[in-house]
Design a protein around this ligand. Structure first.
Ligand SMILES: Cc1cc2nc3c(=O)[nH]c(=O)nc-3n(C[C@H](O)[C@H](O)[C@H](O)COP(=O)(O)OP(=O)(O)OC[C@H]3O[C@@H](n4cnc5c(N)ncnc54)[C@H](O)[C@@H]3O)c2cc1C
Length: 429
């Protein structure tokens, strides 16, 4: 092993969990030899990333097309968010939040939402929190901020898909192979695979999709003792039921369009739309000269489930990309229902809301786990986090799929994995 490699750590995934893991290593004095790999081409973010900018009326705009808002309850995560706020990456959103009935347009502000039973999607209930947070100028800044807090010692490799993790015969070090600059909708490209780094004392995988066949991030793990805890866990993760799917629909309306009284509403009574968020009302968003209002409609899981069945995430074990033809089929129905619900919200019984000047949908075939696998794993002492970590193999997994859905849960899990890795590294020295 080359000098220094005894503390080298590779993190697969540059979403909230992966970066939290790196932060935790840095905070404990092991930040010098940390590499983060993420297949996304636009830097950190994962499911908190924003859409690619689009040009309308000569101005560009981007939407939060994944996570919409988040909260910080855990004291440690709260402290991190305070730092992110102070540095301008995150801001408190004091919008008008509540529940909208899609039949009669009745909007109930958030204080009373709490009495209305459990929300249909776990993170929608975050709107009832005392403090609702968003990234600035888009939610991509949540991970950009966390990345900045982790510091420059951590090396990030964006647009790099890790396709293989190999534990060497001694069982002590890991090597990585992968593909640079593969498009997310491009099939697996074994021929382009190359060795990615030197030897690592530990690897932490921060996306369960890496364990599954037929996803853009499918990754092979080789060399783990066949009957060991890590091999069994990896196999179990590969079989975890599909995450719940969702579609987000990004919409821009002319400034003259009627304005509903809310900024974000959990929608009841619509088969298609589960959440409506006025993206342009979030703090720190770019003010456009043309005054276009940007909305994001998130579908219900039921609708997504039915629709994704017609174009599943994987077909015959291969990733099934989202194509323009596919969206041409499904987009009109989502847009029509979003317009109907916005119309009803503005007091128009016929729901005749103006047509958008821009509309684009995004499929999240695996948006979140409705539960968490974490019940089967132990938390890491001294953290509020749950992750998987095999001390012998130096192999960990973290993310919202273990801790529970949402940004905060992902951070807690990643932070816990970082701490577990620190224990492993200290034991090696
Ligand atoms: C539509 C939608 C709305 C949501 N709304 C909210 C909300 O309002 N509030 C909230 O708190 N949460 C919300 N969530 C959930 C939230 O986004 C996630 O819980 C959180 O971002 C998960 O973070 P993570 O780091 O665990 O995973 P991810 O963000 O998915 O990060 C994993 C990363 O690993 C990368 N990766 C995977 N395999 C490989 C590989 N082999 N090589 C390299 N890179 C790889 C992936 O590309 C990804 O970037 C929403 C999610 C969706 C999809």
């Amino acid at each position: 092993m080359a000098s220094g490699d005894e503390t080298r750590v590779a993190i697969v995934g540059g979403g909230v969990a992966g970066i939290a893991c790196a932060q935790s290593l840095v905070a404990n004095g092991f930040g010098k030899r940390v590499d983060i790999y993420d297949q996304g081409s636009r830097g950190p973010g994962g499911r908190t990333s924003s859409s690619r900018p689009v040009e309308v009326n000569g101005e560009t705009m981007a939407f939060d097309h994944g996570a919409q808002f988040f909260t910080a309850n855990d004291p440690k995560f709260k402290a991190v968010c305070e730092e992110l706020k102070a540095k301008g990456y995150v801001a408190r959103w004091d919008g008008v939040f509540g529940t909208l009935n899609a039949f009669d347009g009745v909007f109930i502000p958030k204080r009373r939402v709490e009495t209305m039973g459990p929300p249909r999607q776990d993170f929608f209930k975050l709107l009832t929190a005392d403090e609702v947070l968003v990234g600035v100028p888009t939610n991509q800044a949540i991970c950009e901020g966390l990345r900045a807090l982790a510091g420059d010692d951590v090396t990030a490799h964006w647009h790099t898909t890790v396709t293989g993790l190999d534990l060497d015969a001694s069982g002590k070090t890991w090597s990585l192979s992968g593909v640079n600059k593969r498009r997310l909708d491009e099939g697996r490209a074994g021929s382009k695979e190359k060795r990615l780094s030197g030897r690592n004392a530990a690897v932490v995988v921060c996306d369960v999709m890496a364990a599954r066949e037929g996803t853009p991030g499918t990754c092979a793990v080789r060399g783990l003792p066949e009957r060991g805890d890590a091999a069994n866990t990896w196999r179990a993760f590969a079989k975890v039921p599909e995450r719940v799917g969702l579609f987000s629909c990004m919409l821009a309306f002319d400034a003259s369009a009627p304005k509903p009284e809310f900024d974000a509403a959990v929608v009841t009574g619509s088969h298609t739309i589960g959440l409506l968020v006025r993206d342009s009302s979030k703090p720190g968003r770019v003010k456009r000269k043309d005054g276009l209002e940007r909305w994001v409609a998130i579908t219900t899981t039921k609708y997504a489930e039915e629709t994704i069945a017609s174009a599943p995430l994987t077909v015959d074990g291969e990733y099934n990309p989202q194509t323009a033809e596919y969206f041409a089929k499904i987009e009109p129905a989502i847009v029509a229902e979003a317009r109907r619900v916005l119309g009803v919200a503005c007091g128009d019984d016929d729901g005749e809301y103006p047509a958008p000047v821009h509309a684009k949908c995004q499929r999240w075939g695996a948006a979140y786990h409705s539960g968490a696998i974490g019940e089967n794993y132990h938390g890491v002492p001294g953290t509020g986090g749950v992750c998987f970590f095999d001390m012998d193999a130096g192999f960990g997994m973290a993310g919202d799929f273990i801790q529970g859905p949402g940004v905060e849960a992902a951070w807690l899990s990643g932070e816990a994995a970082g701490r577990a890795t620190v224990r492993k590294l200290k034991a090696k020295l």
